[in-house]
Write a protein that binds this ligand. Sequence first.
Ligand code: FES
Ligand SMILES: [Fe+2]
Length: 355
Amino acid sequence: MAKTKDYGIGEFDFPRGWFMIADSEEVTVKPEPVRFFGRDFVLYRGNSGKVHLLDAYCPHMGAHLAINTTSYVVRDGQHVEGDSIRCPYHAWRFGPDGKCDDIPYYDKIPAAACVRSWPIVEQNGVIFVWHDPENGAPEFDVPYIDEWDDPSWVRWKIDRLGTLASHPQEVLDNMSDISHFKPTHGSKEVSYFENEYDGHTMVQYFGAGHRTLTTGEELLELKTWYDGPGILRSRMWGHLPSIMMIAHTPVDDGVIKVWHSLMVKSPHEVANTQDVAVARAYQEASRLAFAQDFEVWANKRPAINILQLPVDGPFHKGRIWYSQFYNPRAKAAEIQKRVNGVHVSKPRSSLGRAA
Ligand code: FES
Ligand SMILES: [Fe+2]
């Protein structure tokens, strides 16, 4: 298992950006332990409905704020009160800002009685956290998918794909990889393939016939982009218009957690039960296509150096783009300047619906 240092992409082990940490359905008023970026957290939904992520270990004596079933704090239903969480050990209580707001047996709260609270956004059925090794505030938003509120679209039901012992660099390389579509995914000849780098986003424009997802000469067309280092979205024009999200988040250095999901447009103003069934089947076909990449990643050795052919796609540029998130913010603009623009592997024709 290779680590960030092995790829030489920057000084931080974990990148800066928005990352998925759960889907909305999983997060309830029952605190859950989660682990990302090499650290442990407690994740819970306050009684207001808002989701909170705090560092897991109590500053008093280090108890885990989530993992407990036997303490009377938990058994008596005092674990979450309002939007605060009570430590199972001596019942100190912490607000959603991470500051201790009650010690039941003492009335002076020490200034150091706090845990770190992390910026959370819940949208499109996903819980995102902002992670920054320099502790800075978010420098961009997670774009909202407006189709979420359009009743003609069937919302996704997120596939939890579990953990993968692979460095995220291997996943990012896929954005540049023009040569794997035919052998791995069953595409026909690739008609066009371009990569566009623009600040914290990287876009891939892809058009090709497909053995199963389109018929005749029709192209399967994708506009796929990363908003920062961990969230991939894709607008797909194939059998049915759809929007895919693939999210991956570092758990430890060289290990990631992965999710897949797909929203599908129905032919009706309001999607009906039949449309939902069609969308679920289409999402499953999309998941199986992603599983073709996933299986390779799960079993490959790390591609620290790529034995690159000139026609293989701009891996090098993609890695430079990705390195902006592993280096101090102050260096990001300079890194972006090195790659901003369009790399054309095969030019887009006028056919491009994602133009
Ligand atoms: S260890 Fe948490 S209150 Fe004592
Ligand atoms: Fe792929």
